[in-house]
Every structure is written in structure tokens, then in C-alpha cells.
Write a protein that binds this ligand. Structure first.
Ligand code: GDG
Length: 482
């Protein structure tokens, strides 16, 4: 029977099922049902490569295999290339990218090591599914070790147009390495179109059909697989009576308020300073006699050893202090800024208690918070989702109030509109959004990707021209030599 092998930078913890997102739960269930393995970094650091040994833990038919990284790997592969080059560039932030040859080499080295460790554990019939920007060249590394299995890759973050990508030194090599996968999946049609443009305009490939391309004698499928959530688990969590009672107790002591909620990793791509500015604009223009409005912003800590993340944290702390200082009162804190991770159930209940879900990233692959907010609403009296046009989710969730997050007047106006919106319109919009998030839920995402990958079996491989793996053949001399 075909087994599934999932590879990602970090591996989900099956013991923390409740805390995990829908994607992790879905993948773990699939691994348990069909048998398989999840391979990745265990989050630990060791001083030297000689200390790296894989450790395997069995959970029924699913094996979790993990390895540590060295401190140097962490600096070069994880922080350096993945998060200081690929993350900013893929989020259109060329100004924040810091490229060094050491980081690029560390990236290649760790991908090669992942392939070395994984290859002996693969069976011929396994389907291999590689995730995200940390592991773009892993497929090419596996091919160079003789792995002929179907290998798919899914990019969770945006794929920018060639005009942005070509600014990265080594990018041609990197995108070339994607050609060794059988299937490459993207969040949105816009990302898919950008990738097709890159392959055709920069690499000289051609489209054979809407989802198949040929480049240098190789065939590759690329498709759109929008990530979703486990809708029912969020519906259930949002109605949890214990958590609800806790919120009601807190609120009883305060005046009746209107809440808006934002939940984001503290990342510059999420548009948090712009969101705070828009909120301030709303407070400035708010009629005196209306109910006080409170924005709850959870900004969970993320990559806080990188300067760009430290800078934005300081900026947000200063902004929230200024807003509360200028507008707050003895019984009102307009902005509740929470810089720590909050339990998932608590998030769900707060989503439900908030009239507005404020999801305004400057750029985002999909954005699951938008879908979680919709799932958590009371269908009989739902809140309103305000969604950035630059989140992948906006391609589908058209019944949200779609805004330009850079335009703080537009966002402030959308908040006013959400507060004043009649219940009938809110219900109508919510029903349409629920249909959409159910249609593209976490399990559909996984099943449709795996179906497409399985359908590559033999079909594309048979057309392969025998020769050295393209990605390695084209690797920049300086990268190979060093
Ligand atoms: C990447 C892409 C793409 C956040 N704070 C807390 C918490 N969260 C949870 C949310 C949500 C998840 O983390 C965040 O998911 P997003 O999709 O919003 O964003 P990224 O983390 O940037 O994810 C993104 C995603 O991959 C999937 O492909 O959609 O575009 O950037 O589930 O609820 N969860 C808990 N406490 C928090 O404080 N428990």
C-alpha cells in the first residue's frame, strides 16, 4: 500500500492535538490511517554535525522522525536564508532581505542533509509531500540520490512575480530546483500565474495545458490548492460553555462594548502598525455618544531573534501606549495588545464575541485567522470580517469587506460600516462565507493535493529525459564549489 511521507521544517506534535491547527491535525490523521512518516527538525540545536542523529517515535501507524540542527544551520539555513531572504522576498519586502553566500550555502547544506537522512527510509511506493519555503530544493536533492517516487511540493506563502523574485541572487537556481517535483501547489491563482510566468519568461519553458508545463525536456504539474481549516472543530470550540462563561464574567464588570479582534503572529507581513493607525483614525472620528469600541490584538511572539521582528515589536508597544494614553479612560482600554500566545479555545470564544474580525496583512499566502473568525460566529447574529485584498484568502472570501490595508481611511471606514451593518446583511454575508470555508476546508486541501500527486504516477515520469537532475546541474558554481 502507498504510504505518505510528509516533510516540513517543523513536525506537528500528535500529543498537542487540541493546540494544533487544522492542517497539522488533518495530515496526522492521514498518516495514522494510511501509515507513513513525518520528517523534520525537532526544534533543538546542537553544537556540531557529529551530534546529529535521527530519532523516531511511533504513533500507531505513523512515525515521527526528527533531527536537530546545528547552531550554524540555525543561523544560516533557518534565520539567514529562510527567514531573512526567502520570507521577506516572498512577501514583497525586498528592503528587508539580507543575502549572504554563507546563508545560501547553509540552506543548500541543510536541504542536502534532510535528503541524506530521509532517503534510506523511503519505500518505492511512498508518496512524498514536501512543505514550504525552507525546503524548496529538497526534491532535487532526493532525485540526485536516485529517488524516483512521486514528490509534491506545497508553498504556504505567496509566490511573487518575476520582477520581484529576480532580485534574489541565486533565484534562478532555486526556481529550477522546483522542476524536479512532479507537482507544485500554490495557495491562489495569482501565485500560480506568477510561477507560470517565471517558468515561461525566465526559464524558457512552455505551458502544455493550464496545469502542465515543459521546461528543458522536463514535465511539471502546478496547481492551486487553497489551504483551509477544520471548520467543525472551530464551530464547537467557539461555543465552549466554560470559556464563554469566563468571558461573560469579565464583561459584566465593564460597560457594553463593541469588540474588534485581530490575531496574528508578530510579523511585519501582517500589517499591524497600519492596523493600529486605522483603529486610531476610527477613534478620532468616532461620535462621542456611541458605545466605546475596543480592539483586542493578539500578536503571538515569532522569530524574535531577528532585528526586523524586534523593531516591529518596539513600534507596536509604542503605538499601543500612545493610543491608550490618548483615548483611554478610567473604565475603558481602547486597545488591548497581547504579546503572547493564547490558548486556541480562548481565541475561538473571543472571535465569537467580536463584532469585527480585522485581518489586514500587507501580504499573506492564505491567512487562516480569516477563516477561523468566520467559523466561530453565531449564525443568528454574526460579526463582520474585514479582510485585506493582499491576503490569499481574499481571492475566495469575497463576501468579507475587502480593504486595502495601506489605506487607513478605507480600513477605518470599513470598521464603521461593520458596526452599523444591519443584521440581515451580516447573516447573508456570513452564510456565503461559511459555504466557502466548508468547500475549501483542511481535509479537502489535503485530499485534493494528494489526488493530484497520485495522478502524476508514471504519467510525467515516463516522459522524463534521462540525465543529471536539472537543479543540481544548474546550481551556481560558487555554491557547489564552496
Ligand atoms: C503561514 C502563511 C498560511 C496565532 N496566534 C495564536 C495562534 N495563532 C494561530 C491562528 C492560525 C495560525 O496561528 C496562523 O495562521 P495564518 O494562516 O494566519 O498565518 P501564518 O502563521 O503566517 O501561516 C499563511 C498558513 O501558513 C497556512 O498555509 O495561511 O499565509 O503565512 O491558525 O489561529 N494560535 C494559538 N495562540 C495564539 O496566540 N493557539
Amino acid at each position: 500500500m502507498t504510504g505518505l511521507v510528509v516533510v516540513s521544517n517543523r513536525v506537528a506534535d500528535p500529543g498537542a492535538r487540541q493546540a494544533s491547527g487544522g492542517l497539522a491535525v488533518c495530515l496526522l490523521d492521514a498518516l495514522r490511517n494510511r501509515g507513513g512518516m513525518w520528517f523534520g527538525w525537532n526544534g533543538q540545536l546542537v553544537a556540531d554535525e557529529s551530534e546529529i542523529a535521527p530519532s523516531c517515535v511511533k504513533h500507531g501507524r505513523c512515525t515521527l522522525m526528527t533531527i536537530p540542527l546545528t547552531e550554524r544551520d540555525h543561523r544560516e539555513f533557518y534565520l539567514g536564508f529562510s527567514n531573512e531572504v526567502l520570507w521577506p522576498i516572498h512577501h514583497y519586502r525586498l528592503d528587508l532581505a539580507h543575502f549572504t553566500l554563507e546563508a545560501a550555502e547553509g540552506y543548500r547544506r541543510v536541504n542536502a542533509r534532510f535528503a541524506d537522512v530521509l532517503t534510506p527510509h523511503l519505500r518505492r511506493t511512498d508518496l512524498i509531500w514536501v512543505h514550504d519555503y525552507h525546503l524548496i530544493p529538497l526534491g532535487a536533492e532526493l532525485r540526485s540520490r536516485g529517488v524516483g517516487n512521486e514528490i509534491g511540493f506545497f508553498l504556504h506563502i505567496p509566490f511573487p512575480p518575476p520582477e520581484v523574485l529576480t532580485a534574489v541572487p541565486e533565484y534562478e537556481w532555486l526556481v529550477n530546483s522546483l522542476l524536479d517535483y512532479d507537482l507544485v501547489g500554490f495557495q491562489t491563482a495569482a501565485d500560480h500565474a506568477n510561477f507560470c510566468r517565471f517558468v515561461c519568461e525566465i526559464l524558457g519553458g512552455e505551458m502544455i495545458s493550464t496545469d502542465t508545463m515543459r521546461v528543458s525536456g522536463k514535465y511539471l504539474k502546478a496547481g492551486v490548492f487553497p489551504v483551509g481549516i477544520d471548520v467543525d472543530s472551530f464551530v464547537a470550540m467557539a461555543q465552549d460553555p466554560v470559556a464563554r462563561r469566563r468571558i461573560q464574567r469579565t464583561e459584566r464588570h465593564g460597560k457594553q462594548r463593541i469588540y474588534a479582534i485581530g490575531v496574528d503572529r508578530l510579523d511585519y507581513s501582517k500589517g499591524l502598525p497600519e492596523k493600529f493607525r486605522a483603529f486610531r483614525r476610527l477613534l478620532d472620528s468616532y461620535p462621542e455618544d456611541s458605545k466605546p469600541m475596543t480592539l483586542i490584538q493578539v500578536a503571538s511572539p515569532s522569530r524574535d531573534d531577528l532585528q526586523a521582528y524586534i523593531d516591529i515589536r518596539h513600534e507596536l508597544e509604542a503605538m499601543s501606549g500612545k493610543i491608550n494614553g490618548a483615548f483611554g479612560d478610567f473604565d475603558w482600554t481602547p486597545l488591548r495588545y497581547i504579546h503572547r500566545s493564547v490558548a486556541r479555545e480562548t481565541l475561538a470564544v473571543h472571535y465569537r464575541a467580536s463584532r469585527i474580525g480585522l485581518v489586514t496583512p500587507l501580504r499573506d499566502g492564505m491567512n487562516l485567522v480569516a477563516k477561523e473568525y468566520v467559523a466561530a460566529q453565531d449564525g443568528a447574529d454574526p460579526g463582520v470580517l474585514i479582510l485585506s485584498r493582499f491576503a490569499g484568502a481574499a481571492e475566495d472570501l469575497q463576501e468579507a469587506l475587502i480593504v486595502n490595508p495601506y489605506d487607513i481611511d478605507e480600513v477605518a471606514h470599513a470598521m464603521r460600516r461593520a458596526i452599523e451593518m444591519r443584521k440581515e446583511e451580516r447573516i447573508e454575508r456570513h452564510q456565503a462565507l461559511m459555504k466557502r470555508i466548508r468547500h475549501h476546508d483542511a481535509c479537502n486541501w489535503m485530499l485534493s493535493f494528494l489526488r493530484a500527486l497520485r495522478s502524476c504516477r508514471g504519467r510525467l515520469r515516463a516522459k522524463l529525459v534521462v540525465g543529471p537532475p536539472l537543479a543540481l546541474a544548474n546550481a551556481p558554481a560558487k555554491l557547489i564549489a564552496r
